[in-house]
Design a protein around this ligand. Structure first.
Ligand code: PEP
Length: 249
């Protein structure tokens, strides 16, 4: 059975003190059930956030990792360093990384492999921009991102991947994909995985939706057969909104 997951991407928000407070509040409110909850704070918070977690269902994750293993890369943070904080997940290929930091499919593929080699579970993001959807290329774009980022992994490694479909036009805009749009793309992604890795692996891969997900729309999105949870930006900055989304399952 694939896992239900809700991950919060805090992006570049919260001071260290605010972040720890938020993590502790969420930790208190988490009920041990079948939903995996992941907090992805800024790097400087990661060690303390990971250390403040006492619930089995709650995990910490990075928002990015370097495409290099170690060495003279000023300002970078390696997968090994992230794992050493106690974090168990890392977001790779978020659209803000792809756009503002020019991260290509090739760079992201290197990051995925370094994450896996360091015992981190990658949350691999894919998604089209508005012009690509409007020109009818969205399916082709997303399939290509998944293929180039992940399809040279061994079946054993691919089993550890979590995918997040995040239409770029829905991120931080307040415009959410409809439940039908989300289900359509999640099904396409799962079928693409089936073609490459077979039905058993595809049906066990968690595919999350991201893009203006809120407590008010989470239930409708998560009730789709191929939507296994959410990657949450803005709404993950408030414990009540974030837990409202978790409780939508
Ligand atoms: C995100 O950045 O991953 C995201 C989904 O953001 P938001 O929920 O704010 O749209």
């Amino acid at each position: 059975m694939r896992k239900k997951i809700v991950a919060g991407n805090w992006k570049m928000n919260k001071t260290l003190q605010e972040g720890i407070e938020l993590a502790k509040t969420i930790n208190r409110q988490v009920e041990e059930n079948e939903v995996i909850i992941i907090l992805c704070p800024p790097f400087i918070h990661l060690s303390e956030v990971a250390g403040s977690i006492t619930k089995d269902a709650l995990f910490a994750g990075g928002q990015n990792c370097s495409s290099e293993a170690s060495g003279a890369y000023t300002g970078e943070v390696s997968a090994e360093m992230i794992r050493s904080t106690g974090a168990e997940y890392v977001i790779i290929g978020h659209s803000e990384r792809r756009t503002y930091f020019k991260e290509t499919d090739e760079i992201l593929n290197k990051k995925v492999k370094l994450a896996l080699a360091n015992d981190l579970i990658p949350i691999f993001c894919c998604g089209e921009v508005l012009a690509e959807r409007q020109s009818g290329k969205h399916i082709q774009i997303v399939k290509s991102q998944v293929e180039k980022g992940l399809f040279d992994l061994s079946p054993e490694d691919f089993r550890r991947i979590v995918i997040a479909y995040e239409p770029v036009w829905a991120i931080g805009t307040g415009v959410t994909a409809t439940a039908e749009q989300a289900q359509e793309m999640h099904k396409v992604i799962r079928e693409h995985i089936t073609d490459k890795y077979g039905n058993e692996i595809a049906s066990n891969t968690s595919i999350l939706y991201g893009g203006s997900c809120k407590p008010s729309n989470a239930k409708e999105l998560f009730s789709n057969p191929d939507v296994d949870g959410g990657l949450i930006g803005g709404a993950s900055l408030s414990a009540s909104d974030f837990m409202g989304i978790v409780n939508a399952f």
